[in-house]
Write a protein that binds this ligand. Structure first.
Ligand SMILES: [Zn+2]
Length: 339
């Protein structure tokens, strides 16, 4: 009889989970109407000798149950405390690790490079610290030339002595550097940092990113330039991005022009971005001045070409609707995370 109840108790003990189930178990086995008392009732009907023997067994069983209840309850308490301490919500969303990504300027530059590569252009590179000859003289800006004052320049002492070096004010020195080593025909773009010694505001930075384009061959005309640059802007900003040219002056091109792009934000109806002009100023361009070809060692009038320079920052700002150029160099993660 005891064995049967012991087996049942062992089963019930497995279900012990909280204070209430502990109390229920105690009542069920040790309570006034509990299993043990039921056995006791039967023991009472036995003969004296048997009664004493069963009484002892029953008493031992009672102690056994009390001990088991105590031990099991202790285990349940320890386990539940551990559970509370080690509790982990496996359904909670994970904490995203911070991963790097491309800067908006880099994204635009990659797009620029891909477009021009598909048009047969190579991407070339050059030094940021230049001699005055490459930055100015070779590009038809002699020492007394007024155009030299148009660009506020950072001068850097040359550790080797002699004339000061300059932080390049444009990427154009690489026209000369490339032509010194290469014979036409060729098509190149030269992206890179350029520097202007000026105060910064919402549309001016002392460090800018530009890219230069140069295409040289026989019989190159303004029509070739317009076709290439139209194609470029349409791939970058959409089919409505046509360009127009306005006469201008640069020492290294003749003729020279300013390049405007039809405002892609308002369909030329006039908006805040284009200051109601319907056109956006994009950069300068022109047919390469024969003087520049001579600086690079070519024979005058043997080749023709066009050159242009656009600001990468400006292109990125228009592409992503960024209204302050300082955001591009500020390193503010709240801004950069959007890209
Ligand atoms: Zn507009």
């Amino acid at each position: 009889m005891i064995d049967k109840v012991r087996k049942k108790f062992a089963e019930d003990l497995k279900k012990l989970s909280d204070k209430q189930s502990l109390e229920d178990l105690r009542v069920k086995y040790l309570g006034r109407k509990g299993e043990l008392n039921k056995i006791l009732e039967k023991v009472k009907t036995l003969g004296e000798k048997e009664r004493a023997e069963h009484g002892r067994q029953l008493n031992a069983f009672k102690q056994e149950i009390e001990q088991l209840l105590k031990d099991s309850w202790q285990k349940v308490k320890t386990a539940s405390r551990q559970l509370a301490e080690e509790w982990l919500d496996i359904t909670a969303p994970g904490a995203k690790p911070l991963v790097g990504h491309w800067h908006p300027r880099t994204l635009v530059l990659r797009e620029i490079e891909n477009i021009f590569k598909s048009l047969g252009f190579s991407v070339v590179d050059g030094p940021e610290l230049e001699t005055q000859w490459y930055n100015f003289e070779a590009l038809n800006m002699p020492k007394d030339h007024p155009a030299r004052d148009m660009q506020d320049t950072f001068y850097v002492k040359n550790p080797a002595g002699g004339e000061d070096l300059v932080l390049r004010t444009h990427t154009s020195p690489n026209q000369i550097r490339f032509m010194e080593k290469n014979e036409p025909p060729f098509r190149i773009i030269v992206p890179g940092k350029v520097f202007r010694n000026e105060a910064t505001d919402a549309s001016h930075e002392y460090q800018l990113h530009q890219f230069e384009g140069l295409m040289v061959d026989k019989n190159i005309s303004v029509a070739n330039f317009k076709a290439i640059v139209d194609e470029f802007f349409q791939r970058l900003y959409g089919p409505k991005a046509k360009i127009r040219l306005r006469p201008s002056f640069f020492p290294f091109t003749e003729p020279s022009f300013e390049v405007d792009m039809a405002c892609v934000f308002c369909d030329q109806k006039g908006c805040r971005v284009c200051k109601n002009a319907g056109w956006l100023e994009m950069g300068g361009a022109g047919m390469v001045n024969q003087f520049v070809f001579e600086s690079a060692g070519y024979v005058r009038n043997e080749w023709q070409g066009f050159a242009f320079g656009f600001g990468i920052d400006r292109l990125a700002m228009l592409k992503y609707h960024i209204n302050d150029i300082r955001l591009l160099t500020g390193g503010d993660m709240r801004f950069l995370k959007q890209f």
